[in-house]
Write a protein that binds this ligand. Structure first.
Ligand SMILES: Nc1ncnc2c1ncn2[C@@H]1O[C@H](COP(=O)(O)OP(=O)(O)OP(=O)(O)O)[C@@H](O)[C@H]1O
Ligand SMILES: O=P(O)(O)OC[C@H]1O[C@](O)(CO)[C@@H](O)[C@@H]1O
Ligand SMILES: [Mg+2]
Length: 323
């Protein structure tokens, strides 16, 4: 093992830079040459590689986004695209790759490594926290903090006007951001794809809350909720709750930006470090993670195919604490 490549792929996530820094410095310490690939699989296909030395990753640990930039690559889903990517890896004499991204990135890495026998290690970097094999993914904590900050602000205006707000948070098909945001912001209710939503029940809870003297309500809705996110839910019940002057706020891409929290910087540093050490030990086609405080790893297949679901205990607690 002499030369490795590293790239970020899929949606950017705060802490990706901290992970890049950890990969580059751990590799440099182990006398490996590192190449950074720009814009994920797109840059692999187009041959956009740059040598990264320890000083190239100075002053990025605190920055959101990703210094290598990122992309969603349709071309990598084709055999021709992956062939072009392989040709460039060979041209740069790359022995192994470290991919920082989410479930899509790991799927692409797994398919590619099986086709071309190049070892890959995956570092879970996505705000969605939808990867099995790690308690948290890089960026999730920052996204939840951003969402909570937004909800705190919405509470001020909701309180002043005695209104009902439906606040939509990101997460693609996962309800993790919604659940953690709801608990952390003291929301009245949370609607996620992983548990069934009974609109009659929701209406009754909101009405009871009002009757009990609650002056405003905030309902957190996961974007992937099957009833159409916050807008879909609001459309279905707003007429019956007209007296609460319902409003919809979609927080959107705000949740992807900003300086990573301490938790995300630490997680990213540990995972970047572990990825290089595991590669040096001969590991391949695995994703690294942290479970119960310990660094772990598991085959891409498990990380991609096994579903991580928010615990029933947290879901139950969120509703009890909202009474
Ligand atoms: N089946 C596949 N075959 C080849 N490449 C794939 C496949 N699935 C995903 N990829 C590649 O991985 C890239 C990233 O995947 P995706 O856009 O789903 O983001 P992600 O890694 O899941 O991150 P996030 O969910 O945080 O945005 C895709 O744009 C594509 O290039
Ligand atoms: O930025 P894009 O490409 O619109 O993707 C948005 C999606 O990416 C994520 O932010 C990260 O996967 C999801 O939560 C969201 O559904
Ligand atoms: Mg994903």
């Amino acid at each position: 093992m002499r030369r490795i490549a590293v790239f970020t792929s899929g949606g950017d996530a705060p802490g990706m830079n901290a992970a890049l820094r950890a990969v580059v410095r751990t590799a440099a310490w182990n006398k490996l040459h590192v190449y950074g690939i720009e814009r994920g699989f797109e840059g692999m296909i187009d041959g956009h590689f740059q040598r990264l030395e320890r000083r190239d990753v100075a002053n990025i640990i605190q920055r959101g986004g990703t210094m290598l930039r990122t992309a969603r690559s349709k071309r990598f889903m084709t055999p021709e695209g992956r062939r072009a990517a392989y040709d460039h890896l060979k041209a740069y004499d790359i022995d192994a790759c470290i991919a920082i991204g989410g479930n899509g990135t790991f799927t692409g890495a797994k398919i590619f490594s099986e086709e071309y026998k190049i070892p890959f290690i995956g570092i879970p970097g996505t705000i969605d926290n939808d990867l099995y094999g790690t308690d948290y993914t890089i960026g999730f904590d920052t996204a939840v903090n951003t969402a909570i900050d937004a909800v705190d602000k919405i509470r001020d205006t909701a309180d002043s006007h005695n209104r009902l707000f439906f606040v939509e948070v990101m997460g693609r098909n996962s309800g993790y951001i919604a659940l953690y945001t709801a608990i952390g912001s003291g929301a009245s209710s949370v609607l996620i794809p992983e548990s069934e939503t009974d609109l009659e029940d929701l209406k009754s809870v909101l009405r009871k809350n009002k009757a009990r003297g609650k002056l405003f309500s905030v309902v957190i809705v996961a974007e992937g909720h099957p009833m159409g996110g916050a807008t879909g839910i609001a459309e279905k019940i707003q007429h019956e709750l007209a007296s609460m002057e319902p409003k919809v706020t979609v927080i959107g891409h705000l949740q992807r930006g900003g300086a990573p929290t301490a938790a995300d910087r630490l997680l990213a540093s540990r995972l970047g470090f572990a990825a290089v050490e595991l590669l040096m030990e001969g590991a391949e086609n695995i994703a690294v993670g942290i479970v119960n405080g310990e660094v772990t790893s598991m085959p891409f297949d498990d990380a991609i195919n096994k579903q991580k679901i928010p615990s029933d205990e947290l879901i139950r607690m969120a509703s009890i604490l909202a009474i």
